[in-house]
Design a protein around this ligand. Structure first.
Ligand code: FES
Ligand SMILES: [Fe+2]
Length: 359
């Protein structure tokens, strides 16, 4: 599997990286340690000391800003430069440094740039729905390490017809199987919409709406941006009524490959037009949203996607699925992603060609 590299991946929820803390991750097969510098800015370094390759993440943050290697105590700053050698004369060879990855903090997320090209902040997709707004309660900013490739999970999210089957009772039901699928593309942003008119409100939607199981119009509009950052504008309203009169949530889904077959999955839900039942019920509903969505992704999606992946891996005859019209979303986003990866590959080849000519 070839990954897109010159793009922003979601590393962590901002709230999960405290001062003095180090978090070890592997993104695109590369071990990385994340920590905060003295000014609070997040930094990301290759998680292997340049001296003898011990994981820096097993050391600690010292002097409020440096990472100290757990083995012989060399210290690195947020740029990856070795800034302190406790031994003999304290001399530091110029090559004593580790790779540092550009990091940005926006929309309550720490983003990491995995490519060699200069990081481009304008490429962070708009997730301002995550910026603080008292009128839009947010469920737990949660995450899972999924035992499945990010592509299979993105396929799952770009075709929400599965919610009627896998998530029956929570996010769908036998009534919500038939939806009208629409596909829209602007630049490299893909939207897969799904409208399901006049059906009994499925579990989670009923819970945040009228809790009476009555008929509603249901919509699920999933937006995809490279590499795998998704926003699902979803909700319910009275049959025939405009969406603004209903209620719903933005489902945020961020996928960052750990390896070809495992993926960090960060998620939460931001409610819009929330209906208040007063406390303590509102608090209980918020908790329930967090719990139900985690259950749906961890126990239901993961189980089936991992089993699907186990079937596909190493089976040459199972590489070309027979598609249905519900697959329009996965097909379109994969086409865009493959195009971006191809562009990146060609640009790298051209550059390498020029370099070898010059040498
Ligand atoms: S391995 Fe890091 S200081 Fe020796
Ligand atoms: Fe799902």
């Amino acid at each position: 599997m070839e990954f897109l590299r010159n793009t922003w991946y979601v590393a962590l929820w901002s709230q999960d990286l405290a001062p003095e803390q180090m978090i070890s991750r592997k993104f695109l097969n590369e071990p990385i340690v994340l920590f905060r510098q003295a000014d609070g800015k997040a930094a990301a370094l290759a998680d292997a000391c340049a001296h003898r390759f011990s994981p820096l993440s097993m050391g600690k943050v010292v002097k409020g800003a440096n990472v100290r290697c757990p083995y012989h105590g060399l210290e690195y700053d947020g740029t990856g430069k070795c800034v302190f050698n406790p031994h003999s004369t304290g001399q530091i060879p110029p090559a004593m440094k580790v790779r540092s990855y550009p990091v940005a903090e926006k929309h309550s997320i720490i983003w990491i740039w995995m490519g060699e090209k200069e990081a481009d902040l304008s490429l962070i997709p708009d997730f301002s729905v995550l910026d603080p707004d008292p009128k839009k309660p947010v469920s737990k900013r949660d995450w899972l390490l999924m035992q499945a490739s990010y592509e299979l999970i993105a396929d799952n999210l770009m075709d929400l017809s599965h919610s009627a089957v896998i998530h029956e009772g929570i996010l769908g039901s036998e009534h919500t199987v038939k939806g009208n699928v629409t596909i829209e593309q602007r630049g490299t942003t893909v939207k897969a919409g799904r409208n399901v008119p006049n059906v009994p409100a499925p579990g989670l939607y009923d819970l945040i709406y009228k809790n009476d199981g009555r008929q509603v119009d249901l919509w699920q509009d999933m937006r995809w941006d490279a590499p795998a950052c998704m926003l699902n504008d979803t909700g319910v309203t009275e049959p025939g009524a405009p969406r603004e009169e209903g209620t719903g949530f933005y489902g945020l889904h961020f996928l960052t490959p750990e390896t070809e077959t495992t993926t960090y999955y960060l998620f939460c839900a931001v409610r819009f037009n929330p209906i208040s039942w007063g406390q303590p019920l509102d608090g209980e509903i918020q908790t329930k949203i967090s719990e139900l969505r985690r259950f749906a992704f961890q126990e239901q999606d993961q189980t089936i996607i991992k089993a699907q992946q186990d079937r596909i891996l190493g089976q040459k005859t199972l590489q070309h699925p027979v598609l249905l019209d519900i697959d329009a979303g996965p097909v379109r986003y994969r086409r865009v992603l493959e195009g971006l990866i191809k562009q990146e590959r060609e640009a790298t080849n051209t550059l390498q060609g020029k370099e070898s000519q010059a040498a």
